[in-house]
Structure formats: structure tokens, C-alpha cells
Design a protein around this ligand. Structure first.
Ligand code: CA
Ligand code: CA
Length: 337
């Protein structure tokens, strides 16, 4: 569905842009280092314990985060490290480029852009993670939002109205063919994310009169309601491991970040701040959460924050004074670098 944050899409403020790209050499060097540690970990007894702990505590490279940021060029797709370093503008063109998500291998970025439309209609595109080799996937400009590649690479899940009165949940083949509608309601439904086995899509909807989180099976269209909080709730995101669900809700008075088990049980509140805390995503190892918040930001602006899965070690990682939206951690392949 078209998110509340969408109201900020065209909100423009001056900001810096960066053109440097992924430091692949450093990634490969660290990979070699971890291979050495892993070989040590295969040795007997206490050596393996120490080697494992050392490998974790060294945290050789910060996790990489993909997001949309509003700049002088309108929205752009950006990458940034979880410690706020190495911020890169991947798209760097006038017009809308946003709602980015990773391919499972982390080598490509799916996103929405109006680059080929005279009327700012948005289609789905894919590019290499360094911004090169942009390929157009859809051509009808049908209001595509939040496209996500399934972990097995077969499908793209998304929401769009496609001529209907409300946004609904759809899938299409990864090349844009065979568009199939998955939900049938007269309310907005969307902001999809995939289950780890590529068979289900989590989404938010007002279908039962209040905003809740649901899951649809792509094979038989069976829908399961995951939350029963009867309070404002949205921005659901299944964790890459498929074991945790992150979302925002106003159930405690204002928008806060929450995590549950994948079935909606075991609710945990991670933030407690009068600001608007939105759009959470969990890291592939389940240890960290990235989200956007207007705490300390100018009106209509959102900055990115990262915290541990228990809400501790909160760090602000952007400071643009504009809106930084829809963050997501790099997939496992890039995390274990
Ligand atoms: Ca742009
Ligand atoms: Ca809050």
C-alpha cells in the first residue's frame, strides 16, 4: 500500500551526494580472514570456542544498509554502513528512484523509478548493486510500490492498484511476465515482504476494520491474520531468517518499533520515544534492527537509526535533515563478508 511516509517523497532539501562505490577489495580481504578463523574453529575444544568468539567480536566490517533518501534530485537509492560510514548515492539522477530491495545474493537491487515516463509514472527496475546495468522490468507505469524479489529469485512481490480503487498484493515473474493478483479486497493492502521459503508474502491491510498484518500463500491464496492488536500497525517486514516479524505500531500511544515471532506471538517493544519510529528491518543474523525516525529531525524529515534486537545500542546513522526511508540490511551473502 502507499505508505504514510510516501507523503515525503517530494519533500526536497539540499544534501550531499556521494559517488564512490562498494569497497569489494576490502570485502574479499575480510572473507579470506574469516576463512582462516573458520579453519581454526575446526580445531578441537577450547580453541574453536575462542576462535568463534574472536570472529564475532572483531566485527570486521559493518553491515551494509540499502534505503531511499530524498535529495535535490528527488528520491535516490542509497547505501550506507550501519555505523554511518561509506554513504553512496547509487542512482544519482533527477526524478524518483526509491523503494529499493536486495536480490537474495546481494549483487542486485530492485527499485521503483519514473525515469522512462513523461508523466512520472513508476515502473520496476533492477540494477547491479553499484548502480550499473539498469534493466526495466515493467512498462505500464501501474503505480508499483515496494517490489521485493523472492529469496529463490523466481518472483517479484509488490503492491499496486493497477486500475483498481485500492492497492492490492500481486506477484509477477522476475522478468515482469505473468502478473498475478493475490488479494481481493476494497481496502489498501501492501508493503509486502517474503517468507524465507518464497511461498508466502506478509502485508498490512485494513480488511478487518483496523490495520493489521497478514500473510498470503502465493500458491492457494490462503490468508492468515498474524496480529490482533486493534491499534495502528503497519510497515511489516519478515526477517530474512523467517523467524521474526518487525513492524511499527501506535498501540502504546505513538509509533514505536515492535518485534514478534513469525506467527505474531511473543510481542516485544524495542523503542519508547515520542517521535514517529517507522519502517523497521531485521538483519539476516537477527541481531540488529534498522528503522527511520523523526526524532531530532526537522519537520517532515526522517533519519535512519540502528539498534540491537533488544532495543539497546541505538545509533543514528544519517544526518541529512531530509527523509531517509525504507532501510533494509544486506542479505546474508554480503553480511558474512
Ligand atoms: Ca532520483
Ligand atoms: Ca515512538
Amino acid at each position: 500500500m502507499v505508505d504514510i511516509l510516501a507523503a515525503n517523497w517530494y519533500f526536497k532539501h539540499p544534501t550531499k551526494s556521494y559517488s564512490h562505490l562498494f569497497n569489494h577489495a576490502a570485502i574479499m580481504k575480510t572473507l579470506d580472514f574469516l576463512v582462516v578463523l573458520a579453519s581454526v574453529a575446526c580445531s578441537p575444544s577450547t580453541v574453536s570456542d575462542f576462535a568463534t568468539r574472536d570472529a564475532l567480536s572483531l566485527d570486521p566490517l559493518p553491515r551494509r544498509i540499502l534505503y531511499e533518501s530524498i535529495t535535490d534530485n528527488g528520491s535516490e537509492v542509497f547505501l550506507i554502513n550501519e555505523d554511518g560510514t561509506d554513504r553512496v548515492n547509487v542512482t544519482n539522477r533527477a526524478g524518483y528512484d526509491g523503494m529499493p530491495s536486495w536480490s537474495y545474493a546481494g549483487d542486485e537491487i530492485l527499485f521503483v523509478s519514473d525515469r522512462d515516463s513523461d508523466v512520472r509514472a513508476r515502473d520496476v527496475y533492477i540494477m547491479r548493486a553499484d548502480g550499473t546495468d539498469v534493466r526495466r522490468i515493467t512498462t505500464d507505469g501501474a503505480g508499483y510500490s515496494f517490489p521485493k524479489l523472492s529469496p529463490d529469485g523466481t518472483y517479484i512481490g509488490f503492491d499496486a492498484s493497477r486500475g483498481l480503487a485500492n492497492a492490492q498484493v500481486w506477484i509477477m515473474n522476475s522478468d515482469g511476465d505473468n502478473v498475478t493478483r493475490l488479494t481481493y479486497n476494497d481496502v489498501d493492502e501492501g508493503y509486502v515482504s517474503w517468507s524465507s521459503d518464497s511461498t508466502k508474502l506478509v502485508f498490512d491491510s485494513f480488511r478487518d476494520g483496523s490495520p493489521e498484518i497478514y500473510q498470503v500463500n502465493i500458491n492457494d491464496l490462503a490468508v492468515t491474520r498474524l496480529t490482533h492488536f486493534t491499534a495502528h500497525i503497519g510497515d511489516p517486514r519478515m526477517s530474512p531468517s523467517g523467524t521474526q516479524l518487525a513492524f511499527e505500531s501506535g498501540m502504546s500511544g505513538n509509533s514505536e518499533i515492535y518485534v514478534t515471532a513469525a506467527d505474531g506471538s511473543n510481542l516485544a517493544q524495542l523503542t519508547d520515544n515520542p517521535a514517529d519510529d517507522r519502517a523497521p528491518a531485521i538483519s539476516p543474523d537477527g541481531l540488529r534492527v534498522v528503522f527511520c525516525s523523526d526524532r531530532g529531525a526537522p519537520p517532515e524529515a526522517f533519519e535512519l537509526f540502528v539498534m540491537d534486537i533488544d532495543g539497546t545500542r541505538l545509533t543514528k546513522i544519517t544526518n541529512t535533515g531530509t527523509s531517509n526511508l525504507y532501510p533494509t540490511f544486506a542479505p546474508q551473502g554480503l553480511l558474512e563478508r
